[in-house]
Design a protein around this ligand. Structure first.
Ligand code: FE
Ligand code: FE
Ligand code: ZN
Length: 283
């Protein structure tokens, strides 16, 4: 069964957000693990958490995804930035695990001049201070577009991070269609080849989430600008083929397109309608 949802605001609390997912006719969601541009977070009361758990259970939500703040940079060579990132990732792994969120995704980070290798070592060290090996949550490394000094635009770099940590079984991958396209993986003309490469370098079982986005920026541009599905350089046909790919049928899809809740509801319903039509045409 298709698992699809979007990035949701948790401004109204987490139970309210789960209710909004149901109204959107989605069956999963991505939320920020804390204020994405600051560092604050809300502590939920017992009743709110129980309501949240009940709503997701009754509506058979697929795996939920939390996204760490964009400001978090575990690759940083600047001591203050790095220590802050280490603290945030440690706290958020624990907090999201306690909430029963299945996956926490973060941007590996930007090395800002110290080089990719040193950046990767910092990420590994930070994850090793954060993970206890006792968690249920999986920490996902996001595939990046490679803008600036960003780490994670090549599958090999994500592999190096996973290989370095003490509990590699707690690490998975979140593939962002906009980012991989901008990074130079041709998901329009060679989706099978990209998935083969992913499997060879990382292993397909590590793929736990797909960020389904179109890209405003062209192939191999190393620029990160999301577009609504079908309104960017990847296009509707290629994104539908991603969703239909037999190797990806069990992976949850999360939209991060520049639309409001109403726009996302329409986007999800349009995608489902088109997938259904295509299935009927093939049958
Ligand atoms: Fe992201
Ligand atoms: Fe993303
Ligand atoms: Zn992005």
């Amino acid at each position: 069964m298709l698992t699809i949802g979007t990035h949701m605001s948790i401004a109204g609390g987490i139970a309210q957000t789960a209710e909004n997912v149901v109204k959107m006719e989605a069956n999963t969601m991505q939320i920020f693990s804390r204020n994405p541009r600051g560092s604050g977070y809300r502590v939920y009361g017992e009743e709110e958490i129980e309501n949240f758990q009940q709503i997701r259970r009754e509506n058979k939500f697929g795996p939920l995804l939390a996204h760490a703040p964009y400001t978090l940079n575990l690759a940083s060579g600047t001591e203050k930035t790095y220590e802050f990132a280490c603290m945030v990732i440690r706290e958020d792994i624990m907090r999201m695990d306690q909430l029963g969120i299945e996956n926490l995704v973060f941007h590996p980070g930007s090395h800002t001049g110290i080089g990719k290798e040193a950046g990767i070592q910092n990420i590994v060290k930070g994850l090793n201070m954060a993970l206890t090996g006792q968690e249920n949550i999986t920490v996902l490394l996001e595939t990046m577009s490679g803008k600036g000094t960003e780490i994670g635009d090549r599958f090999e770099e994500l592999r190096a991070i996973r290989d370095g940590v003490n509990y590699p079984e707690r690490i998975g991958i979140c593939l962002d269609t906009c980012h991989v396209f901008a990074a130079g993986y041709d998901i329009i003309n060679d989706l099978d080849g990209v998935l083969e490469e992913f499997d060879r370098i990382l292993g397909l079982p590590l793929l736990r989430a797909i960020h389904l986005n179109d890209s405003m920026m062209p192939y191999n541009s190393h620029k990160d600008r999301h577009a609504a599905i079908g309104e960017g350089q990847i296009g509707m046909e290629a994104l539908l083929r991603v969703m239909e790919h037999p190797l990806l049928s069990d992976i949850p899809f999360y939209l991060e397109t520049p639309l409001d809740d109403r726009g996302h509801k329409e986007e999800i319903s349009k995608i489902k309608e088109m997938l259904k039509q295509r299935r009927e045409e093939k049958a």
